[in-house]
Design a binder for this molecule. Structure first.
Ligand code: ADP
Length: 426
């Protein structure tokens, strides 16, 4: 019996001893998925494994793959024209992994809490815990800043689009190449008016604060489809190094309280973009394409627009093809400060777009500058004539025409693309 007691005591002692030793010698860092660095860290780990698209070779040489537990993260990017692309990233799955970072071994433990979910977003809680020897703890900040730099490098000079995930904003798809603002050809003066308004607004934070006015600005771009509303907003965001938070009011499961939360927690330096705002509320009840009625109410939307804490910056852009359907309560100052008509192609716009496409000189377009000048003048006259007869063409249709044809073909066939419009003339 004495031996038994002795052995038990010894075993317990050993366990306590190991725990104490662990505590003294090891140091852990916990990152949970509420923190931005969580995504950065997983991406950094995936990066250590090499590009997944390069296949297994890169994976075999990865320092952490010995763990055999991988998860795949797929980002699908759906473009407006219907095409989509998917990118895969292999990240460390739940379980234990070991990495060697600058000569120090680290244990990476990824855990998922299956019993409780994050309130409202429904995403399970996750943590990764990095454990290493105490003497190597100075490597943690280095590793994290490397991970952050990697994440930032991927986004530099790019436009990031966020979408709502429950009550959170998350980057959607890969960061996109910025579009030069001059590539969106609007009526002379329109782009400049919006640009200078927003720049003035951004310089007046203190002015708003001193007067206790909520620091927010709303823009409404209205006009027929394919006139460049969305393209302009994206280009403008890019030129100011802002991101875009795309808000879809018809999204299933979006309710007033979630909307309020989303609009009060927009990531820094982002525009909120609400497209086709008329479709969402034309009858003050909101119906998605398949007839599903979401629980965002019109008054809930107005509340969310107004309810941002003063001092916090909020810039919202709304687009619509039918401004006449909008409730006047939505377009009053404070909610929409600037409203601009972005119309079908005017003669001047058509000419400028034509010159952008074919005016690169003989080398690219196989057409002399003189000829470009001549044909663009013809096009300007055609658009003018057609407008006299109440017929218009969208900028998107012109773009399609110029992509598919050479200059002579484009001018010869363009009249077929004009349609009768009842929309307000210029
Ligand atoms: P909207 O939001 O008004 O429906 P988009 O911005 O989505 O229009 O434009 C659709 C397509 O047409 C884009 O590929 C864009 O490049 C082109 N486009 C439309 N308007 C213009 C414009 N004013 N200048 C240059 N391209 C345009």
């Amino acid at each position: 019996m004495a031996l038994g007691v002795g052995l038990t005591a010894l075993r317990q002692g050993a366990v306590l001893g190991t725990t104490a030793l662990r505590r003294r010698l090891l140091v852990s860092l916990e990152i949970n998925n509420k923190d931005k660095s969580y995504e950065w860290f997983l991406a950094w780990m995936a990066h250590q494994a090499g590009e997944p698209s390069k296949g297994n070779v890169a994976l075999r040489s990865a320092p952490w793959v010995r763990s055999h537990q991988l998860s795949v993260e797929t980002t699908v990017e759906q473009r407006k024209n219907g095409s989509s692309s998917a990118a895969f990233k292999l990240v460390a799955g739940p379980g234990n992994h070991y990495i060697n970072y600058k000569g120090a071994w680290m244990q990476v433990k990824r855990e998922r809490e299956t019993r409780s979910m994050q309130l409202m977003s429904g995403v399970p809680w996750e943590t990764v815990t990095l454990t290493t020897l105490s003497r190597d703890q100075n490597l943690f900040p280095q590793l994290l800043s490397e991970a952050r730099e990697l994440a930032m490098r991927g986004q530099e000079g790019k436009l990031v689009i966020h979408t709502a995930w429950g009550i959170e904003w998350r980057p959607f798809g890969q960061p996109r190449q910025k579009r030069p603002i001059q590539s969106v050809v609007l009526e002379p003066g329109v782009a400049q008016r919006i640009e200078s308004d927003i720049k003035t607004f951004l310089e007046r934070r203190q002015w708003y604060a001193d007067r206790g006015i909520p620091y927010r600005r709303g823009y409404l771009l209205h006009g027929p489809p394919g006139s460049g509303k969305t393209s302009f907003i994206q280009a403008l965001a890019g030129s100011l190094s802002y991101d875009i938070c795309l808000l879809n009011l018809s999204e299933r499961g979006l309710a007033d309280d979630k909307l309020f939360h989303l609009l009060s927690n927009v990531p820094e330096r982002s525009f909120v973009l609400v497209e086709d705002v008329d479709a969402a509320f034309n009858k003050r009840v909101q119906t998605s394409e398949d007839g599903y009625q979401s629980s965002v109410t019109f008054s809930g939307f107005l509340n969310a627009l107004d309810g941002v804490a003063s001092g916090e910056e909020r810039i919202i852009f709304m687009t619509t093809n039918h401004v006449e359907k909008l409730d006047p309560a939505l377009i009053r100052p404070g909610r929409v400060d600037i409203s601009e008509l972005i119309n079908d192609a005017s003669p001047k716009q058509a000419r400028i777009l034509f010159e952008r496409f074919y005016g690169e000189g003989e080398r690219v377009a196989g057409i002399s500058n003189k000829e470009v000048e001549k044909i663009s003048e013809q096009l300007e006259n055609i658009v003018h004539d057609e407008m006299q007869n109440g017929r218009r063409i969208s900028m998107a249709a012109l773009q399609g025409l110029f992509i598919r044809n050479n200059a002579q073909e484009a001018i010869a066939t363009c009249r077929d693309l004009f349609t009768t419009r009842t929309i307000a003339p210029l």
